[in-house]
Design a protein around this ligand. Structure first.
Ligand code: 1YM
Length: 635
C-alpha cells in the first residue's frame, strides 16, 4: 500500500490542477494537444542528445493507442531525491521538476514546450517508465493521472543506457482525438534535419508503418527536401557563424519558381511567425544582391535598387539559431516570434558577408539569380503603374471596362462590409445577381475551371482572363504587391456546385489565393458557401432545406403527412430566390472560413499535389485547410 503524506497530497493537488485546466498546460485537448504530450516527452530525449549523450530516439504508436518514446542517453537518474522520493517519481509527479531546466545551456524554450513530463503523466490513464543506467534496469508505474502504482524498483541488470516512457493518454479528456503517424513523422523528420547527429525511428504498429530519419548534411538536406521536384538554379548554399554566444546556421537555394519559402528555428523549435532573425536574414540578402548588382553594373542609381520581394522570388531557405536561455525573447500570442534584438544584427551580418563572398566566387550563379530578381522588379513596377492608372481613371479606365461586363458590383461604399461571390457558371451567377443584397453583395460569375496556379507567375495571371478579373475586382494587387488593406471586399466567398467539379474549382481558387493573395486567407477573409443538398416540401409545414445526407435521414423520421424531397445537384437547379435564401442570406447561410494551419506544410503539399492526382489533393484539403463554421445553419 502506498501512504500519502502532506507533500504527496500537495503533488496530487498540482496534478489535479492540470486535469482541471489542461488547456493552460498543453494549449488544447484536441489533436494538437494530444500530440503535445508526445513532444513533451521527446523534448527530454532531444535535450539529452543535444547535451552529447546518445544519438537515437524511437517513437512507437502501440496497438492499444498508447505511445512509447525511447532514447539511448544516460537514462534518467535513479538516485533518491532530497524529498526522500526517487528522482524519477519527482520528475513525473512534480510540476516543472527536473534540475536541468535551470541549466545554462540551449534548453528548448519556445512556445508551450517545457511544461514537463509530469503534465503528461497527469493527463494519462497510466504511465510506465523504464530506465537503463548504472548497470541496472529500473521501473516505475503510475496510474490515473499520477498516482504511483508501483514505486521505482530494480527489475534487472544491463550494459546499455537510456530511458523508455510509455503512456496511455486519458482519452476521456482528448475526445475524438487520435495519434497521427504523419504528424509525428513530419515533426521528427524536422528534428532530424536540425540535429545531424540524431537518428529517429517512427513506427505505427497497428498500421504497419515505419520510417527512419538521419541527415548527416543537416540543413543542406532540409533545403534539398523542400526543393525536391523543383528546378533548382544551383547547389544549396550553407553558412554558419557564432557571435556573442549566438550560433547562426543557414542553408538556401533558389528555384525557377516564383515562391518564397523561408523556415526559421530557434533552439530547434520552429518560429512560425518569424521574428528578428528572419528580418536580419532578409535585410542581409537584399543588401548582398544590391551590392553585387551595383558593383557589376547591373543596376544604376538609387531607383535601380532591388527590393526584398525581388530577391526572394524562388528562394527556399532554412534559418536555425541557437540562443542561450538568458538572451531568449519570444513575442506574439503563440510565442512563435523571436524578439531577441541581437539575433537580428548577427543574422544580418552573417548573411550579408557570406553571401557577398559566395556571389563573388560564383559569378554564373550570381547572374542567374539576379536575372530573375531584375525580371521581378520590372514586373513589380509595371503592376504598380497599372494600379495607379486604374485608380486615377476613377471608374473610367480600361480596367473598369473589363470589369463591367460580368461583375455585378455592390453599391455600398463600406468595403469591409462588402462581399464578393465567385460563382461557378453564368446561369447560377445570373440567379445570384437577381436576389442579392445590392448594397453589400457583388457577384462575379466564373466560366469553367480556373488556371492551376501552382506553377503560375504574376505574368501568367495577367494573361489569364478569369484570374485577371478576380485580381482587378478585389483591387488590392497581386503576390508581393498584394495589400490586403486595399481590398474592395471584406469577404470573398467561393460558391460552387456541391459536386466533384465544384470541389475542384474550390481548390484551384484556394491555390490561387494561397499563392497570390495569401494575406486574404491569413486575415480570415476567404470563405466557401455551402448550398443545401436537399429541400423537403411538406403538405403541412411548407418547405425546409437540408444540408447533409445524415440530416435528411434524421428529418425523414420526424415528418408527419405527405412530403416531397428534391435533391439539388447544382446551384442552377435552385430558383433564384431559393439560392439567395439558403446560401447567400446572412441570416440563414452557412459559410466555411478557409484558414491555413501550417503554411510551410501546405506549401510543400500544394507543390506535390497540384499535379494530376485527385485523391491526394483531397487529402491535402483535409489536412491543411480547416473549415470552421462561420454562422450556424438555420438557427
Ligand atoms: C523518453 C524520455 O526523459 N531522457 C532523459 C531524461 C533525463 C536525462 C537523460 C538526464 C539528464 C541529466 C542527467 C541532466 C532527465 N533528467 C532529469 C533530471 N527520455 C528522457 N535522459 N542525467 C540524465 O540534465 O543533468 C530530468 S529529465 F532532472 F533528473 F536531471
Amino acid at each position: 500500500m502506498t501512504k500519502y503524506d502532506a507533500s504527496s497530497i500537495k503533488i496530487l493537488e498540482g496534478l489535479e490542477a492540470v486535469r482541471k485546466r489542461p488547456g493552460m498546460y498543453i494549449g488544447s485537448t484536441d489533436k494538437r494537444g494530444l500530440h503535445h504530450l508526445v513532444w513533451e516527452i521527446v523534448d527530454n530525449s532531444i535535450d539529452e542528445i543535444i547535451n552529447g549523450y546518445g544519438d537515437t530516439i524511437t517513437i512507437t504508436i502501440n496497438p492499444d493507442e498508447s505511445i512509447t518514446v525511447s532514447d539511448n542517453g544516460r537514462g534518467v537518474p535513479i538516485g533518491t531525491h532530497a524529498s526522500g522520493k526517487s528522482t524519477p517519481e519527482v520528475i513525473y509527479t512534480v510540476l516543472h521538476a527536473g534540475g536541468k531546466f535551470e541549466s545554462e545551456g540551449y534548453k528548448v524554450s519556445g512556445g508551450l514546450h517545457g511544461v514537463g513530463a509530469s503534465v503528461v503523466n497527469a493527463l494519462s490513464k497510466w504511465m510506465d517508465v523504464t530506465i537503463y543506467t548504472d548497470g541496472l534496469i529500473s521501473n516505475i508505474k503510475f496510474r490515473d493521472g499520477g498516482f504511483v502504482e508501483s514505486p521505482l524498483k530494480t527489475i534487472g541488470t544491463t550494459k546499455k543506457t537510456g530511458t523508455t516512457v510509455t503512456f496511455m493518454p486519458d482519452y476521456e479528456m482528448f475526445k475524438n482525438a487520435s495519434f497521427s503517424y504523419t504528424t509525428i513523422m513530419e515533426r521528427m523528420q524536422e528534428s532530424a534535419f536540425l540535429l545531424p547527429q540524431l537518428t529517429v525511428i517512427v513506427e505505427d504498429i497497428p498500421d504497419e508503418k515505419k520510417a527512419t530519419y538521419h541527415y548527416e548534411a543537416g540543413l543542406i538536406s532540409f533545403v534539398e527536401y523542400i526543393n525536391e521536384n523543383k528546378n533548382t538554379l544551383h547547389k544549396v548554399i550553407n553558412f554558419n557563424s557564432t557571435k556573442n554566444d549566438i550560433e547562426v546556421n543557414i542553408a538556401l537555394q533558389y528555384t525557377d519558381s516564383y515562391n518564397e519559402n523561408i523556415l526559421s528555428f530557434v533552439n530547434n523549435v520552429k518560429t512560425s511567425d518569424g521574428g528578428s532573425h528572419e528580418v536580419g536574414f532578409k535585410t542581409g540578402i537584399t543588401k548582398a544582391f544590391n551590392d553585387y548588382a551595383k558593383t557589376n553594373g547591373l543596376i544604376k542609381g538609387k531607383e535601380g535598387n532591388l527590393d526584398g520581394s525581388d530577391v526572394r522570388e524562388g528562394l527556399s531557405a532554412v534559418i536555425s539559431l541557437k540562443i542561450p536561455e538568458k538572451l531568449l525573447q519570444f513575442e506574439g500570442q503563440t510565442k512563435g516570434k523571436l524578439g531577441t534584438p541581437e539575433a537580428r544584427s548577427i543574422t544580418e551580418s552573417v548573411t550579408y558577408e557570406s553571401l557577398k563572398f559566395y556571389l563573388e566566387e560564383n559569378k554564373e550563379v550570381a547572374l542567374l539569380i539576379l536575372e530573375k530578381a531584375l525580371k521581378s522588379k520590372v514586373a513589380r513596377e509595371a503592376a504598380r503603374k497599372a494600379r495607379e492608372a486604374a485608380r486615377k481613371g476613377n471608374g473610367k479606365g480600361s480596367k473598369e471596362k473589363l470589369l463591367s461586363e460580368k461583375l455585378a458590383k455592390a453599391t455600398g461604399k463600406n468595403y469591409a462590409k462588402n462581399e464578393l461571390f465567385l460563382v461557378e457558371g453564368d446561369s447560377a451567377g445570373g440567379s445570384a445577381k437577381l436576389f442579392r443584397n445590392r448594397e453589400t453583395q457583388a457577384i462575379l460569375p466564373l466560366r469553367g475551371k480556373v488556371l492551376n496556379c501552382e506553377k503560375a507567375s504574376s505574368h501568367d495571371i495577367e494573361s489569364n482572363a478569369e484570374l485577371k478579373q478576380i485580381e482587378y475586382t478585389i483591387g488590392a494587387g497581386l503576390g508581393p504587391n498584394f495589400d490586403v488593406k486595399e481590398s474592395n471586399y471584406g469577404k470573398v466567398i467561393i460558391m460552387t456546385d456541391a459536386d466533384v467539379d465544384g470541389s475542384h474549382i474550390q481548390i484551384l481558387l484556394i491555390t490561387f489565393f494561397y499563392r497570390f493573395m495569401r494575406p486574404l486567407i491569413e486575415n480570415g477573409m476567404l470563405y466557401i458557401a455551402t448550398p443545401p443538398l436537399y429541400s423537403i416540401e411538406m403538405s403541412t409545414k411548407g418547405k425546409i432545406y437540408i444540408a447533409t445526407d445524415e440530416e435528411l435521414e434524421e428529418k425523414k423520421k420526424t415528418i408527419k403527412g405527405n412530403y416531397k424531397i428534391q435533391r439539388f445537384k447544382g446551384l442552377g437547379e435552385m430558383n433564384a430566390d431559393e439560392l439567395y435564401e439558403t446560401t447567400m442570406d446572412p441570416r440563414n447561410r452557412r459559410l466555411l472560413r478557409v484558414n491555413l494551419t501550417d503554411a510551410a506544410l501546405a506549401e510543400k503539399r500544394i507543390h506535390l499535389l497540384m499535379g494530376d492526382a485527385v485523391e491526394p489533393r483531397k487529402e491535402w484539403i483535409n489536412e491543411n485547410v480547416d473549415f470552421t463554421l462561420e454562422d450556424d445553419f438555420r438557427k
